[in-house]
Structure formats: structure tokens, C-alpha cells
Design a protein around this ligand. Structure first.
Ligand code: HEC
Length: 466
């Protein structure tokens, strides 16, 4: 059973946030600038474009579009399997020009001028050229059908549109020293985009043939900690786009979409990003473990999506992309080893975005990994999870509003993972919050990861992802 936390813990956390940050925030070697682009210097002799963290957040709420094209694509009907892919296409079309500049013509990209923003405090994990940081590590066994030949690590960067940038400004203020998690609810029309790259190349994974590539200057993920950064090329293979739209998504207020690279689609590198699917709730009333053929009404998968992207779909076929980590390998469920299980989804995982992150990302008891042996021939890395379809497991598959936390005694962060899992833990680290206090009710395995958010990035193991 989940532990209840007394209500005072909530207030204690907020007090901690408003009161305890020293005026001048000092890191190991002096004052730290939360808006620093990257703490990795540029490669020697590099003259190309660089990542400039855009943080001049709008202070007035930008007027929402009168009728957003993606809403218009629904023709007044509720989101459903009939029209969800049209919604996704309209959303992508609306962003296409900006995506093309960012992804294909980076020297012309100026995020501040284009009205896109970034979150502060990620400088220690961001590379100086594109601002990407380590997403998840995936063994090649994760993609058996599409024949990934080498283990890979993904790299990601997140951009917020003007409406979302307005909320970033409300959370962080002008100096980013006193985040206010009670302001973390986004306005209608907020759009957040996450671009995902991989360290695999087309030689390692044929699906990447012709994919647009970015220069990255970072320690090669997976190396020992302290390895120096190197310049390498990483193909872009997935773009997540989420939009706050409570009319189309009355239960959760968010529509999650994702686009994946498909080498066989005509056009340029952005045209070739095809919708994998759309999700606007967790289909809480479909118990997919009991009823594997239960029809989902809040996840729609594109029947024409490439195989590499459908082999890692989420629980019961709910939406999740190849970069997103909804499939657990070597799970231990009720004492038994389960080699491969789909246990998450976009909104299931994002649903645990809370000020204090009391729940693990995947439906498990919060001890993310254990290494050892659970019997003959089973030496390795394991992840402890609840039985799919059980009461405990189903807590991760509700369709809650973004201000309704999964765990009592914590503030819900409106499905915003980058805040919950990266920016807040890094802010806590660099402002020397008493992190032990901040995460005092957090299960121990998860606590370890939140207390050192850089550890996982450097070692190439994403916190909590399988
Ligand atoms: C198993 C967990 C998990 C799953 C599944 C998942 N995400 Fe995320 N997502 C994260 C984490 C953690 C972050 C924070 C940034 C990072 O570390 O990559 C994130 C960040 C994002 C962001 C940036 C905004 C934010 O909330 O921080 C977007 C957009 C996003 N994910 C979209 C999606 C979409 C769309 C899907 C499904 C196709 C998805 N995610 C599935 C864990 C997940």
C-alpha cells in the first residue's frame, strides 16, 4: 500500500522552497548561473552554431490561438480513433517551419526570436552545441524485430512554446532561485516539444538510414565517469509533442503525440517524421492484463507506423515511443523473472511528476534496480515491478487532472517530467538544499537517483528507465 504522508509535509516542502535558498547561490567553484547554456566548453576550433538557453520568459499570458488548427481538425467532434491522427498531423504541420529550422538548418535557429524557451538548471548535463542531455540507455535486445545491432543511448532537448514559457517564468521567476511549484499548472495552448537523438548510427540500426544528424559535444554516454567530451554525430529519430487542450482531453487536459523517423516516407528529415500515435488518457477502465484485447479509447496508434516504433509500445498497446522506455526487461514481479514486459505509457510515466516524486516512474515499489542473482543462470540487472493489472499497478494508469497528484502530500506538476525529474533535483543540488529533507519520504532507490541527478546522465543510465 502507498504510504500516506501527513499534510504538513506538503507545507514543509513549500516552505523549504520559498525560504531556504541562499541569495547568492554558490557551486563548487563560485556562483552558479541557473541559465548557463552548458558547463561543457565548446570543442576547440569549433565555429558552428551553439545552444543558447532561451529564458526571457513572457511575463504576460500570451493570447491563445482563436481556433488552433489541431482543434479545428476534429470538426467539433471529441478526440477518437477516427480523428486523433488528423489532430497530430495538424499539430505537427503548425510547428513544421520551426522544427525544420531547428532540426535541419540549425545555424538559422534563434529560439528566443522564434518564441521558444528552455528550462533552467540543466547546464551540467546539457551539451554546448544543441543543449542535449542523456535520455535513456537501451540494450540492443530492446529492439529485436528491427535489429538494433549495438546498445545505444538516447539524447534529448526540450523546448517550450510562448504559452508554456509563460508558466516557466511563473515557476522560476527572473533568477530561478526560488521555484514555486504551486504555479506549475500550464495554460491552454501550452506546447512542449522534446527532440530525441540516438548514439546508434545507420550502420548499427538500418531504420536510421538518411536521418538528420546533429553535432553533439559530450562524453560518449556509457563511458566511465569523468571521460572527456568528444564531438560526434547523433541521428534525430523521435519528436514528442504535447499540448494542453482540456477541451479535447477533458480528463487529463493534455494530448500527448509522438513522431518517429521513417526512412521510407518522402520529403526531408522533418517530413519523414510520421505520427506513431496520440494519447489523452490512460484508459483506466481497460484492465489490459486481464483483458489483453480490451479496446483502448484514449490511445490511438498509427497502423502505418514503422515496426521499430511499434515494438516498444506501452502497457496493453498504450502509446509510448522507442525513446520513451515503457518496456521493462528483466523485471521481477512477485518473485518471478519476466524477461520483457510493457508496463508504462506516455501519460502513466508522466503522471508521477510531483514536487517530491514519491512514486517511481514505472509501476514498481520504488527500488529501481538490483544487481545480483535470483536463481541459477539469472545473474544480472533487475527491476522490481508490481503485477500488471493489480490494484497497485493500476495506480499508474488513472487519468487524473494535472493538478491531482498520484501521491498524497505532494504537489502535482501537471505531467511535467523535465521539471520533476531534472530541473528541481538539479536546482536542489546547486543551491545546496537539504536534499535529504526534500526527498525524505521518497523510497530509497529513487531517492538515491534524485539526490544525484547527474550520476545517471554521466553514466548513461537514465534514472529509472529500464
Ligand atoms: C517511462 C517514463 C516515460 C515515458 C513512457 C514517457 N516519458 Fe516523456 N519524459 C520522461 C522523463 C523522465 C522526462 C524528462 C526529460 C528526460 O529526462 O528525458 C520526459 C520528458 C518529456 C517531455 C518534455 C516535457 C516534460 O514533461 O518534461 C515531453 C514533451 C515528453 N516527455 C513526451 C512524452 C511522450 C509524447 C511520450 C509517449 C510517446 C512520453 N513522453 C513517454 C519520462 C517518460
Amino acid at each position: 500500500m502507498s504510504r500516506m504522508t501527513p499534510v504538513y509535509a506538503l507545507f514543509a516542502f513549500q516552505l523549504l522552497i520559498v525560504a531556504a535558498v541562499p541569495f547568492l547561490c554558490r557551486g563548487e567553484d563560485g556562483p552558479v548561473d541557473p541559465f548557463l547554456n552548458s558547463s561543457t566548453p565548446l570543442p576547440p576550433d569549433y565555429n558552428g552554431p551553439i545552444f543558447k538557453l532561451s529564458h526571457n520568459y513572457p511575463t504576460k499570458r500570451p493570447a491563445p490561438l482563436k481556433e488552433a488548427p489541431w482543434v479545428r481538425a476534429l470538426n467539433g467532434k471529441p478526440l477518437s480513433s477516427d480523428n486523433a491522427l488528423l489532430y497530430a498531423e495538424a499539430l505537427k504541420k503548425h510547428l513544421s517551419q520551426d522544427l525544420k529550422t531547428l532540426i535541419l538548418d540549425y545555424k538559422k535557429w534563434d529560439s528566443a526570436r522564434a518564441g521558444w524557451y528552455n528550462i533552467p538548471w540543466l547546464f551540467s548535463i546539457q551539451d554546448p552545441i544543441h543543449g542535449v542531455y542523456t535520455g535513456s540507455g537501451f540494450p540492443r535486445s530492446m529492439f529485436p524485430l528491427s535489429n538494433l545491432k549495438k546498445d545505444m543511448t538516447t539524447l534529448v532537448v526540450v523546448y517550450y512554446n510562448d504559452v508554456a514559457g509563460y508558466t516557466l517564468g511563473r515557476i522560476w521567476g527572473s533568477d530561478a532561485l526560488h521555484p514555486d511549484v504551486t504555479k506549475a499548472q500550464y495554460e491552454e495552448g501550452a506546447i512542449i516539444v522534446k527532440v530525441a537523438l540516438t548514439t546508434a548510427t545507420a550502420d548499427d540500426w538500418a531504420i536510421l538510414d538518411g536521418a538528420p544528424s546533429w553535432d553533439v559535444f559530450a562524453p560518449l554516454p556509457g563511458g566511465a565517469s569523468g571521460t572527456p567530451p568528444v564531438l560526434f554525430q547523433a541521428p534525430v529519430f523521435q519528436i514528442d509533442i504535447i499540448v494542453k487542450d482540456s477541451k479535447s482531453a477533458p480528463q487529463t487536459s493534455w494530448v500527448f503525440t509522438t513522431f518517429v523517423y521513417n526512412k521510407d516516407t518522402p520529403g526531408d528529415g522533418v517530413d519523414k517524421m510520421v505520427a506513431l500515435g496520440v494519447m489523452w488518457g490512460n484508459d483506466a477502465d481497460v484492465n489490459s492484463a486481464v483483458d489483453p484485447n480490451g479496446v483502448l479509447k484514449q490511445s490511438v496508434i498509427n497502423p502505418l507506423a514503422p515496426l521499430y516504433a511499434t515494438e516498444t509500445l506501452g502497457y496493453g498497446g498504450r502509446l509510448s515511443g522507442p525513446n520513451d522506455g515503457a518496456v521493462a526487461q528483466n523485471a521481477i514481479v512477485d518473485g518471478k523473472l519476466r524477461p520483457r514486459l510493457s508496463v508504462s505509457s506516455c501519460m502513466s510515466c508522466h503522471g508521477v511528476a510531483e514536487s517530491a516524486m514519491k512514486s517511481f516512474l514505472l509501476p514498481g515499489p520504488g527500488v529501481p534496480r538490483a544487481t545480483g542473482s535470483i536463481g541459477p543462470g539469472t545473474q544480472g540487472d533487475y527491476i522490481y515491478l508490481y503485477e500488471p493489472g493489480s490494484l497497485e499497478f493500476n495506480r499508474w494508469f488513472q487519468s487524473r487532472a494535472g493538478n491531482d497528484p498520484q501521491d498524497r502530500g505532494t504537489v502535482s506538476l501537471d505531467y511535467h517530467m523535465n521539471l520533476a525529474y531534472k530541473a528541481l533535483p538539479l536546482w536542489a543540488k546547486y543551491t545546496k538544499q537539504d536534499r535529504a529533507l526534500m526527498f525524505k519520504d521518497v523510497p530509497s532507490g529513487l531517492k538515491q537517483l534524485l539526490m544525484d541527478p547527474e550520476y545517471s546522465s554521466k553514466s548513461g543510465v537514465l534514472m529509472g528507465h529500464p
